[in-house]
Structure formats: structure tokens, C-alpha cells
Design a protein around this ligand. Structure first.
Ligand code: LLP
Length: 421
């Protein structure tokens, strides 16, 4: 459920007409609903009832906007971070370090130093080489790093290949079969305290079976480790639960069913559970608001050329992702069109032969479910500005990232041999 709805013929975000934001801020612009984010956080929390005191560590990569992070921090969420930048953003937004888990295959020494200095809750190690580097850094500072291995359970998540992470050939984690030896090895490394285990098999999962299979394997590992004499305290079950993008397809299992599955699988576990939801919290809480620049005839269907492009929302180009496209003032008249952006690539196509609201030049439209992995993955390709972001809360709204023109991020100084005036 979200808080974008048609009232008196026009689309609102909570109490604010989207046309009002477009008039004030211009387009394209991302618009986020506070009420939707908070609702998703609450629904997830209640779905995880009966699981002790789980840590819900929001995956910052999904939407790292400072106002979004601050909203989620106030709702009591922690953070799953994958870079020094994300640690800094999470801390700046008020997320306590002891609610931050640090994932990622390529943590640098500098990032490890930052995470140690902040005192993060857990480092999710993804290789033995990483464990050794962290051991050396922690020891040199007289600190002990709380760690867990991210294990690769070799489960196919049934999602897009580019967002599958738990199959044997993937770069993530260590093979689950090698985990007992890995824990035995780090027991002898100074500066590390083995406290947990972590798993994450992919994103936009629309079936709980692969998740369940992965969690069962983690449960087996926990008992093996216990019989080896290692009692872990934390089990991080990752993120990955899908959200509905296309209302014509069956909705993915919701948080309630996910919670039931987790309760079933972890019934006899003693460890504190950590969850790393990203898309589930923010996906349906955002839209990309755009305007029709021009319409031109196509060989089969007309091209609706909009002022948003693949640099603003790359998911269709990168993952063939489907985003619902709605008029902000729909007339009820429908047509079939190709929706494209102005970037000079055929891949800058949002939708082909889409049945949608009929539009004319100057009309406003939205791409739905654009709260996750949307602004976060935007760029200035084709020297287009970075799209502004707006946060709505009831009848109030605020620009929480201004439009950034490329000229403002170009270096002021040219190389001295160029003699540019
Ligand atoms: N934990 C880890 C270790 C992750 O790698 C991810 C996402 C998450 C949690 C959060 O997953 P979520 O709950 O959001 O599914 N850009 C892609 C998605 C990439 C996901 C990367 N990892 C997309 O637009 O679909």
C-alpha cells in the first residue's frame, strides 16, 4: 500500500498534488511519501513479531537520501551499509553505530578503520583475505572487531541474473561448506570476535522458497558450529523481499508471510536476528515525476518523449524492469505508446507498447515504485542535471536534494597547459 492516489481527477502524494511540486521544483523530480515509508517499516516490524528483538537494518543503498535515512532512523531502524560513504550518511542521519552492519566484498582498509572507529555492530566478512586485513587493522588500534561471515548457500533466487547473489559462482560471501573451517581459522586471528553469520541471496525475490532454503542451510551451519564449540549470537538474514511493480502480475509474498516463514525456520535458533530490507521499505514510497516533452509517430506506436531519462531511472535499461506509468491528471482515455527519454541511446526506453493514459505534450506523468534503486543509481550521463528529490509529509513538502547542474560539479581548474581563459 502507498500514499499516492487520485483525488478529484489528479494524483496526490499524501495531501500534496504532484502538479504543485512540478510547478515549484520543475521536472523530472523524485517525490517520496513519509507515510508510506513509515507504514512499510511498521508492517515489517509487526510481521517480525515473536522473533525476540530483531535488528532491522535498512539497506542504505536502496535510497540514501539524508531525509529518507533520518525518517527511518526516527522509526528506529538501523542500517546495512556497504561503503564508508554509507557509514557516514547513516551516522549523520542519527542511526546509532550499534545498529549498523557493514557488508560488501571490497571493504578498503580506510573503510574498515572508519567502521572500527564508529563501532559498528557487525562486519559481514566476505573472504578470508578480508578477515586477515581487518584483524591486522583492529589489532594495530587495540580494538576488537565484531564479525560474521557472509555465507553463500548456493541457492538460486529466481530473480534477474544481475541481482542474484547466492549462487556458487557469485562473487559474494564464502561457500557455506567452507564456513566451519573459516570460523576455526579466525578463532586464531587477534582483533576479531566471531559473533555472527550472514546470508543474502538476491533482490526483488518473488518466491519465499529460495529464502527458506538458504535460511535452513544457515540453521544447519549454526548447529554444526555449535557442535564445534562455537556459539554465535547473531544471524543476519539479509534483505531481498520483492515488492509489486506490475499490478497485473501476482503480488510477491508480503512481510506477513515472510515473517511466518522466518518464525518457522528459526524456531529453535538462539541467535539475535538481523534483517536488511531495502526495496521493501522505500520502493513503493517514491515516484519519478516527469513531463511529456514531445510526441512523435513511431513505426507501430507513438513515442512519448519525456523529460526523465535512463540517467535518472536506469532500472528499465539495466534490468528490463517494469515501472507503472500513470498520468498525473488522467482523463480515462487510454492508448498504446512507447515511453522514452531524451538520452542518445536506444536503451533509454522506459516502456515499449505500453497500454497507458493518453497524453499530450506538456502533460505530467509518474513512474511508480521509484523509491528504491532509482535516485540512488542516477547519474549525469549526457550532461543532464541530477534530479531533485522531494519529501512529502502530510500537507508539507520539502526539497531534500536540489537539482544539481553538471556545471556545478565540473572542476573549476583546467590543466595548466590548456590556457583556457
Ligand atoms: N543486503 C545486502 C547484502 C544487499 O546486497 C542488498 C541489496 C540488500 C541487503 C537489500 O536488498 P533489498 O531488500 O533491497 O532487495 N539495483 C537493483 C537491486 C540491487 C540490490 C543490491 N543488494 C535493482 O534496482 O533492482
Amino acid at each position: 500500500m502507498d500514499h499516492f492516489e487520485i483525488r478529484n481527477g489528479e494524483l496526490f502524494c499524501e495531501e500534496v498534488p504532484l502538479a504543485e511540486i512540478a510547478a515549484a521544483v520543475g521536472t523530472p523530480a523524485y517525490v517520496y511519501s513519509t507515510a508510506t515509508m513509515l507504514r512499510h517499516a511498521e508492517v515489517l516490524k509487526s510481521s517480525l513479531g515473536g522473533l525476540g528483538d530483531p535488528l532491522i537494518a535498512y539497506a542504505v543503498k536502496a535510497n540514501p537520501n539524508p531525509a529518507v535515512l533520518a525518517t527511518l532512523a526516527q522509526a528506529g531502524l538501523g542500517a546495512d551499509v556497504v561503503s564508508g560513504g554509507e557509514i557516514q550518511r547513516a551516522r549523520a542521519a542519527g542511526i546509532p553505530a550499534d545498529r549498523i552492519v557493514f557488508s560488501g566484498v571490497g571493504k578498503t582498509a580506510e573503510e574498515m578503520r572508519l567502521a572500527l572507529a564508529e563501532g559498528v555492530y557487525q562486519f559481514n566478512l566476505e573472504s578470508m583475505a578480508e578477515a586477515e586485513t581487518l584483524s591486522a587493522i583492529a589489532t594495530s588500534r587495540g580494538l576488537t572487531a565484531p564479525v560474521g561471515f557472509r555465507v553463500n548457500p548456493d541457492v538460486s533466487a529466481g530473480t534477474h541474473a544481475k541481482i542474484t547473489t547466492g549462487i556458487a559462482e557469485s562473487k559474494f560471501g564464502i561457500a557455506i561448506g567452507e564456513a566451519p573451517a573459516a570460523y576455526a581459522h579466525i578463532a586464531n586471528l587477534p582483533g576479531l570476535s566471531a559473533q555472527g553469520v550472514a546470508v543474502h541471496i538476491g533482490s526483488q525475490l518473488t518466491d519465499l522458497a529460495p529464502l527458506e532454503q538458504a535460511f535452513v542451510r544457515v540453521g544447519d551451519l549454526l548447529s554444526d558450529l555449535r557442535s564445534q564449540g562455537l556459539e554465535l549470537r547473531v544471524a543476519d538474514l539479509g534483505g531481498g523481499l520483492g515488492v509489486p511493480y506490475n499490478p497485473d502480475l501476482p503480488a510477491p509474498p508480503g512481510p506477513q508471510e515472510y515473517g511466518e516463514m522466518v518464525r518457522r525456520v528459526t524456531r529453535d535458533w538462539k541467535e539475535r536476528l538481523v534483517f536488511e530490507p531495502g526495496r521493501l521499505i522505500v520502493g513503493n514510497a517514491g515516484v519519478l515525476l516527469s513531463r511529456v516533452v514531445r510526441i512523435k509517430p513511431g513505426a507501430v506506436h507513438p513515442f512519448l518523449i519525456v523529460d526523465a531519462a535512463m540517467n535518472d531511472l536506469i532500472r528499465p535499461a539495466l534490468y528490463d524492469a517494469w515501472h507503472q506509468i500513470d498520468g498525473v491528471r488522467p482523463t480515462g482515455d487510454r492508448w498504446i505508446a512507447n515511453v522514452v527519454g531524451p538520452v542518445c541511446e536506444s536503451g533509454d526506453t522506459f516502456a515499449t507498447a505500453r497500454v497507458m493514459d493518453r497524453m499530450v505534450e506538456g502533460d505530467l506523468l509518474v513512474f511508480r515504485t521509484a523509491g528504491a534503486y532509482a535516485a540512488a543509481m542516477s547519474s549525469t550521463y549526457n550532461s543532464r542535471p541530477l534530479t531533485p528529490e522531494v519529501l512529502v509529509n502530510g500537507d508539507r513538502w520539502c526539497v531534500v536534494r536540489p537539482r544539481v547542474d553538471v556545471i556545478d560539479i565540473c572542476p573549476a581548474d583546467q590543466p595548466p597547459w590548456m590556457n583556457v581563459p
